[in-house]
Design a protein around this ligand. Structure first.
Ligand code: UD1
Length: 325
């Protein structure tokens, strides 16, 4: 029997779909029966991230920049209304942002505000923006709450902070401040890789681990698939209503760089030599999320414990060594 009822299939727009978080988010939605329209300009995104789902019948890809005005309206005219806009596209390098502050603000701030406004004008029910722990500039003793952000140290931090603040004040959509993400990640290694990826490469290439400073600095390491889970939740794609406001995405657990090195040695089943290098300029001593807001308002708890997440990540990099060398 034919029916003229509109399809109940959900449809989302993902910007930065060829990035690490964007591609994992896209795969999770396709697996869940959601149609995805993805946008990326390959500034830092990778074709290889799209490869697993590029031919999926529910996936459509547009190579374009989010800086062009009218992206959401144009794509919703082509594909139909969106249930959510998940905005993961960004300039992701802090050092690049120092060299190119205006370009960083254009992409991470001005384009974010434009996309947010467009989504709102079109009546899209949910908007999720990928924020960052870099929005917390001042050192805080203990876990940082969302209302303690401000005074970031880099143009990158500023671009994310001003965008989250705008989204929060608008009352529409939400900003998720990701702490230190780790997990499987494609792409050639670069000088600005996070510590987990760098340590993985060092272990697998039998090189000593480099610790900057005394190793007592601490971070809140969040598994990338937990970040994906948070985006789905915030975007109203996991059965709850979309969230509004700004939320930390972390574990609330603090791990020092020395503890990280010890965990990796334990997982690798070998003693790992360490080279101590001078402290990195501008390095934060401690960074830890207060996770109570997302937990109480969204019922969110990360699934992965660090040891297990590192072990999976190590296995993944062992099987995908081309991504580390
Ligand atoms: C991360 C982000 C940065 C952001 C900041 C804000 C990455 C790569 N960087 O920086 O963009 O501004 O959060 O919260 O995600 N370390 C070593 N040895 C190494 C590499 C790093 O000891 O070989 C140390 C660093 O000195 C640092 C810690 O490990 O103390 C974490 O470093 P990293 O993963 O680069 O992230 P953040 O410094 O937290």
């Amino acid at each position: 029997m034919s029916s003229n009822k509109p399809s109940a299939k959900r449809r989302c727009l993902v910007t930065g779909v060829a990035g690490n978080v964007g591609s994992k988010l896209c795969q999770a939605m396709l697996d869940d029966g959601v149609s995805v329209v993805g946008v990326d300009n390959f500034f830092s995104g990778l074709q290889s991230n799209l490869a697993p789902f590029v031919a999926h019948p529910d996936f459509s890809f547009h190579e374009r920049s989010i800086v062009e005005p009218g992206v959401v309206a144009d794509l919703s005219e082509k594909h139909g209304n969106f249930d959510a806009v998940l905005h993961m596209a960004a300039v992701v390098s802090v050092p690049w942002s120092m060299e190119y502050p205006e370009e960083t603000m254009a992409v991470n701030h001005a384009a974010t505000l434009a996309l947010h406004q467009e989504a709102r004008d079109l009546g899209v029910p949910a908007f999720v923006f990928a924020g960052s722990a870099a929005e917390y500039g001042r050192p805080v003793d203990g876990p940082v709450r969302e209302d303690q952000a401000g005074d970031p140290v880099s143009p990158y931090g500023w671009s994310k902070y001003l965008s989250s603040k705008h989204i929060e004040e608008s009352g529409f959509g939400c900003a998720l401040r990701f702490f230190n993400l780790y997990g499987p990640a494609r792409g050639k290694p670069g000088p600005y890789d996070g510590v987990v990826r760098r340590f993985m490469a060092m272990v697998l290439n039998s090189q000593p681990l480099t610790i900057f400073g005394d190793g007592g600095q601490t971070r809140d390491f969040v598994y990338v698939y937990d970040a994906v889970k948070a985006v789905l939740l915030a975007g109203g794609l996991s059965g709850r209503k979309p969230l509004a406001g700004v939320f930390n995405v972390g574990t609330g657990l603090s791990t020092s760089v020395t503890e990280l090195a010890e965990l990796l040695a334990d997982i690798a089943g070998q003693k790992l030599p360490i080279t101590y290098l001078p402290e990195r300029a501008g390095d934060l001593r401690h960074s830890l999320a207060d996770t109570s807001k997302l937990e109480s308002l969204g019922g969110f708890k990360p699934d992965m414990v660090l040891r297990a997440g590192l072990s999976i990540t190590m296995d993944w990099f062992s099987e995908n060594r081309a991504d580390l060398v």
